[in-house]
Design a protein around this ligand. Structure first.
Ligand code: 6R9
Length: 590
């Protein structure tokens, strides 16, 4: 590990970062001072994220600057200035208003990364509706569940995804879903019955829109996340979160107004919305969006040709790039890159150093969650990087390592290096306000004024936090959070499956792969054909992002005496690890 190189690289940082003195920023910190950077709606009408992200710049001398550069899959480029973004989002706000969409109504988008997605997000925020992104690689079941829980009133999607995800068939089960707006991305001109044409509506709508009064606590974003059990959880975020999106954009990612910023995450996940839509615009930068999926050469070319200066990506992508070798990036001029950051899963120290040696800059790991609404812990530009560590809490954020006590409280662990649950003292502006319709489940995440993250971590003697693992069974695969329960539920739909247990199995690139274990109903025998049929069903229902990659038959799955599948034990056996406490295992009377 070349730790010296990393310290030197920070001294070489070419400009003064926004946050340049960590101890002083911690001492002087106030959320009110951060909020003062936001403008607020005219005439004291409150706070609206879309106004802060776009309209405020459109009205300023920055109005003519590049806000969004979209790179299409087959080489198209479309540019939008802040003024144009204001216009398109105004139009979409009017489309929604004309459809009778009201404050608090849920507007879903499942589109892939195309410009209309960005107009949809901003337009929905402008009218006070709630923007809810869905990942385009979700299959019909995750889509249905999320539309149902959020009572989606409007769904914006593309003609291709509408067909592929069989949305027409879901409709009968979704009484709240009143409008489906279709983006005809191939310009086929073919109308789909029961839907409306997004582009025609946009064109017909007025480009003038006045954002109605918005309270900072009004619901703005709904992001679904996964738990170990139960249905997906709809994390409710409010307009006040804009302060955090802005602050972390500046203080962690060091996005400055002259930057070209590229976040590779899809807006179907929280990173792709917070940092792929909102934060760069809140910071007044040019936001680069690539429609295409991962492709090493295309990515390096994009970094070079688009002169990306700040880049936010994920460990799986970095590990893939590393696999393509060091020669490829050396063919490109990456000298404009100033700041590289990573999120979503543990970033291995080799990847941090590889960034330094091969791309010219180290990767700065950052930690946060759907629930926190913004980055909480990071290797900030002003701090030396400890490769392998998530970094230190942001000024204004109070983190702790705790142990849960028997009576619902917590106990701090003050000893450096000791493992416990990562907790955050409540008080930052973007903490999700509840899980939609599941306030009890939400309240279970809190004790003694702290939000309990469900992650296990350690803090070292220098105050850096190190990720240890999840405290629950939730799976992170290629940066996507997956509920084993959601996968098991679909496996159980197969007529031959009696029981299902799903675990994350280590993988050198994706971190973890979803692996399923099933036992069969009497009259069914394991076979290659059946294995393929069950995996095929799962893929069709769940989509490629969620479906298991591997499936193993077992005569009986290990269960507790109350009948719960012991995923922990399936995992220990799969990995050849100690089986731990087996006192609750069914059939174990000891
Ligand atoms: C932003 C996002 C949250 C979970 C989180 C943790 C894992 C995120 C990480 C990390 C190790 C990091 N995670 N960042 N693990 N190092 N730097 O990813 O939100 O999808 O809700 O996932 O991801 O387990 O609890 P979300």
């Amino acid at each position: 590990m070349n730790w010296q190189t990393l310290q030197k690289s920070l001294r070489d940082y070419p400009i003064t970062p926004y946050l340049s003195d960590y101890p002083q920023s911690c001492r002087d910190f106030s959320w009110n001072a951060i909020r003062d950077h936001l403008q607020g709606l005219p005439d004291g009408n409150g706070l609206n994220i879309a106004h802060e992200a776009v309209d405020r710049h459109a009205d300023s001398p920055r109005g003519g600057y590049l806000a969004l550069r979209w790179l299409g899959r087959s080489g198209q480029v479309r540019d939008y200035t802040y003024r144009q973004l204001r216009e398109f989002s105004n139009r979409f706000a009017n489309v929604l208003r004309n459809l009778g969409v009201a404050k608090g109504d849920r507007v879903y988008a499942m589109t892939g990364r195309i410009p209309e997605l960005y107009f949809t997000a901003l337009g929905a925020l402008k009218i006070g509706a709630v923007f809810c992104p869905l990942f385009s690689a979700f299959g019909p079941e995750p889509i249905r569940a999320r539309l149902e829980i959020g009572e989606g009133k409007v769904l914006v999607t593309t003609a291709r995804l509408f067909q592929r995800r069989k949305i027409a068939e879901l409709r009968a089960a979704l009484p709240a879903l009143q409008h489906i707006l279709i983006i005809d991305e191939d310009d086929t001109g073919a109308a789909i019955p029961g839907t409306q044409d997004f582009r025609a509506l946009l064109e017909a709508a007025s480009p003038e829109f006045v954002i109605p009064p918005t309270h900072p606590e009004d619901m703005a974003l709904l992001h679904f996340t996964s738990g170990t059990t139960g249905r997906p959880k709809g994390a409710v975020h409010v307009h006040a979160a804009a302060a955090m999106h802005y602050y972390t954009g500046r203080a962690v990612l060091d996005i400055q107004a002259h930057d070209t910023f590229w976040c590779t995450a899809d807006p179907g996940w929280v990173t792709g919305t917070t940092y792929g839509i909102l934060a760069p615009w809140l910071c007044g930068a040019a936001n680069l969006v690539d429609e295409d999926e991962f492709n090493a050469e295309r990515w390096y070319r994009t970094l070079q040709d688009q002169q990306v200066s700040v880049w936010y990506t994920a460990p799986t992508a970095i590990r893939l790039l590393m696999k393509y070798g060091d020669e490829l990036p050396r063919q490109f001029d990456l000298s404009r890159l100033r700041f590289l950051a990573s999120v979503g899963e543990p970033l291995n120290p080799e990847a941090v150093v590889w960034g330094q040696n091969v791309l010219g800059r180290p990767f700065h790991d950052t930690w946060w969650q759907t629930e926190t609404g913004g980055i909480m812990i990071a290797n900030l530009p002003a701090l030396d990087i400890k490769p392998g560590s998530m970094g230190r809490p942001l000024p204004g954020v109070e983190a702790a390592i705790v142990r849960r006590t028997r009576f619902g409280g917590i106990e701090p662990i003050t000893q450096a290096g000791e493992e416990g649950e990562l907790a955050l003292r409540v008080g930052w502006p973007s903490l999700c306000r509840t899980y939609l319709n599941e306030d009890r489940r939400y309240r279970e995440c809190f004790a003694d004024g702290y939000y309990l993250s469900g992650d296990l971590a350690r803090r070292d003697e220098d105050g850096y936090y190190w990720f240890v693992g999840r405290a629950d069974d939730v799976i992170k695969s290629a940066g996507h959070l997956i509920s084993p329960f959601e996968v098991e539920s679909v496996l159980l739909e197969h007529p031959a499956v009696a029981e299902a247990g799903v675990i994350g199995k280590p993988d050198p690139v994706a971190m973890t792969l979803v692996k399923a274990f099933v036992s069969l109903k009497p009259g069914h025998e394991p076979s290659e054909e059946l294995r393929r049929a069950i995996l095929g069903l799962a893929r069709q229902r769940l989509g490629p992002a969620v479906a298991p990659r591997e499936l193993e038959f077992q005569a009986n799955l290990p269960k507790t005496r109350s009948g719960k599948i012991m995923r922990r034990l399936l995992k220990a056996r799969e990995l050849g690890l100690p089986e731990g406490d087996l006192s609750t295992l069914e059939g174990n009377e000891g």
